[in-house]
Unconditional design. Structure first.
Length: 313
């Protein structure tokens, strides 16, 4: 029988972040009763919940009784994780384990958001069954988080995704959009990484995958375990920057490709491409072409407003 639509309840952690906002919007606009929780930026739109406070987590889950929990909250900046390993482990591992326990307690389907950085990038593309070997502490904490949620709740789905972009509140919210200033200010040359192969993925697409996964799961309890989703356009940061310039008819001759592997910061995998055929075979997926997605994400940050007038009026 059909699921009674307004009674489908979803709880989203990290709902104030780049991915969490998109996930909240996707469920909310598709007849789910969505509650988002956040920490620093929670009020007034979202519930304030410190995920390290096990009583607060227990209370919101027991009060709301969600059918689905999408766990977007994480420390996702590799260089920050290296500098604050204990805090990162608390959020990425301990809080995730606790959330999985609480989800099991109310029979909720948990979707734990993980990363392509669980792989070392030496033999892409990676299937869900391939053995992870993270190069940096961020990848290690997310892999430990995967193990922790699956140990505490075997009804969990782990969704590994790559570098994200989308409608940002600040350019620094995404490793893709943060390049826009360097692209726009063409009076000084800018070095851009042209070594690491990335697959920029729109948060709207990941949000759609989460909702489709949740809806499939409500009809089929065998939907669980590890899944991969990713955009399918392979680009270095240099190539993304050139595509951004092209999308806005800006010059790109000041952008300099750097082909050596980076020497500073956390180690990055050279190419951690994810094989997404498992979700595709379930009929799950959505992909926004990079140029269309990046234009939509970045045009509010365009300095030269004349271009905006010609394109949008």
């Amino acid at each position: 029988e059909d699921v009674d639509i307004p009674s489908r309840r979803v709880l989203i952690t990290g709902a104030t972040g780049l991915l969490g906002r998109a996930v909240f919007k996707e469920f909310n606009e598709n007849s789910w009763n969505a509650v988002g929780c956040g920490y620093r930026r929670a009020q007034p739109r979202f519930e304030y919940v410190n995920l390290l406070d096990s009583i607060a987590v227990h209370d919101i889950i027991h009060d709301f009784q969600p059918h689905v929990i999408v766990h977007c909250a994480a420390e996702r900046r590799p260089d920050v994780v290296e500098g604050h390993p204990d805090a990162a482990a608390q959020l990425n591992v301990a809080a995730s384990a606790n959330l999985a326990k609480e989800a099991a307690g109310v029979g909720a389907f948990l979707i734990y958001i993980s990363t392509d950085y669980v792989f070392d990038g030496t033999s892409p593309p990676y299937k869900e069954t391939d053995v992870p070997n993270p190069l940096n502490l961020y990848g290690k904490t997310k892999l430990e988080g995967e193990k922790a949620v699956l140990e505490n709740n075997e009804e969990t789905a782990v969704l590994r995704i790559p570098v994200l972009y989308g409608e940002v509140e600040r350019l620094e919210e995404s490793a893709v959009t943060v390049m826009f200033d360097k692209v726009q200010f063409s009076n000084k040359s800018a070095n851009m990484d042209h070594w690491q192969q990335r697959f920029p993925t729109n948060v709207k697409d990941v949000a759609a995958v989460c909702r489709q996964l949740a809806e499939k799961r409500m009809l089929d309890p065998s939907i669980k375990g590890t899944f991969h989703w990713s955009g399918n356009e392979q680009m270095t940061k240099y190539e993304m920057a050139c595509a951004i310039a092209d999308a806005f008819n800006l010059p790109s001759s000041h952008l300099r490709p750097i082909t050596d592997s980076p020497v500073v910061g956390a180690l990055r995998p050279k190419n951690a491409q994810l094989d997404c055929s498992k979700l595709e075979m379930l009929g799950i997926g959505q992909r926004t072409p990079f140029r269309a997605g990046i234009r939509e994400s970045l045009w509010p940050f365009l300095v030269d407003k004349r271009w905006r007038q010609t394109v949008f009026h």
